[in-house]
Structures are given as structure tokens and as C-alpha cells.
Design a protein around this ligand. Structure first.
Ligand SMILES: [Zn+2]
Length: 173
């Protein structure tokens, strides 16, 4: 899984978000596999996509090289919000479609989660599904997953305020 263009890979490396695995295949042959951060668009091993480059989404905020992880979290949160409006995201635990709206009934309320373990990934999960997710993600190996290219999402219409406001991205612990 090495879909990240150089600039994005460099930035992920700088922030400690890439995972590397050395494999010995043939005698004397060493292969390094690199896994970039992922986004789970659903609960399955095949529901992962690569985390996108803000520039590819028309991000009107700070350029990647000037971003800290917090800034990238803002970008990713806006990206996920847009993906929800396009009906592209399902709960990382139960697989039900994540719904848009400020006033959702309790079973539909959800949270954005950032995992930084062996697996580095963003995902959306219902509040009620959250406690099941930690168990599922424990020890999950990014190298076992197959990730696709992220869907094209255009964020160029966001206001400066929306590109800077700290997002509400939680963790599991
Ligand atoms: Zn759920």
C-alpha cells in the first residue's frame, strides 16, 4: 500500500504516521512495505481508503508543509463531514450509514475517531458502537488491509474559519 505521493508521504513520516514492515521473501531479499494512514469508510477490511492530500481536495487552508497534525485533523474532519453528506461513510463497527444533521436521534449520533496505534486511521462510529470498536481494533495490522484511493471530495468552498476551527475528533482511550 503505497499510494501516497512523495510530498504526502514525507509529511506522514515527519508526523510519525507511517508504518513500516521489513519482509524477507527470497533468501537475501529484503522488502520494505510502507503503510500510510487510512480512513475507514465502513467496518470491513476492504472499506479502507488512503488519507488524502489536502491539495488534491482544493483545501483552502494552510498548505501541507505548514500543517501540524492538529491542522491535518481539521482537514480530515471536514473531509469526513463532506463524505457523510455524500452518503459515503458507514459506522466502523455496525456498518449502518452515518447520517448528516445536527439533531439526529440518539442511536444515529456519531463521533469522529483518530486511531494512532499499529493502525493509523480515522473513522466514524456511533456513540453506542464506540465501546465495541476498541476491542475490534486492538492489534489490527494495517499490512493485512487493502486500501483504495479515496473518493474525490472538493473542499474548496470552505470558509477560512472552517479550515481553522479545531474539530471534534476523539480517541478511544
Ligand atoms: Zn454503529
Amino acid at each position: 500500500m503505497s499510494a501516497a505521493p512523495d510530498e504526502l508521504r514525507e509529511w506522514f513520516d515527519r508526523e510519525g504516521l507511517t508504518r513500516r514492515l521489513i519482509e524477507y521473501s527470497e533468501p537475501g531479499e529484503i522488502v520494505e512495505r510502507i503503510c500510510d494512514p487510512l480512513i475507514a469508510l465502513g467496518p470491513g477490511d476492504n472499506d479502507f481508503v488512503h488519507a488524502p492530500n489536502p491539495a488534491a481536495c482544493g483545501w483552502p487552508g494552510a498548505p501541507l508543509f505548514a500543517m501540524a497534525l492538529d491542522d491535518y485533523n481539521v482537514f480530515l474532519f471536514r473531509w469526513l463531514e463532506a463524505a457523510v453528506r455524500l452518503d459515503l461513510v458507514r459506522c466502523a463497527h455496525c456498518g449502518k450509514l452515518i447520517l448528516d444533521g445536527d439533531d439526529l436521534p440518539d442511536p444515529d449520533t456519531w463521533d469522529a475517531i483518530f486511531i494512532e496505534k499499529e493502525l493509523v486511521a480515522w473513522m466514524l462510529v456511533h456513540f453506542d458502537c464506540k465501546r465495541w470498536l476498541a476491542k475490534k481494533l486492538k492489534g489490527m495490522q494495517p499490512f493485512d488491509l487493502s486500501a483504495s484511493l479515496p473518493p474525490a471530495i472538493d473542499l474548496s468552498a470552505l470558509t477560512p474559519d472552517e479550515t481553522e476551527r479545531p474539530p471534534d475528533v476523539g480517541t478511544l482511550d
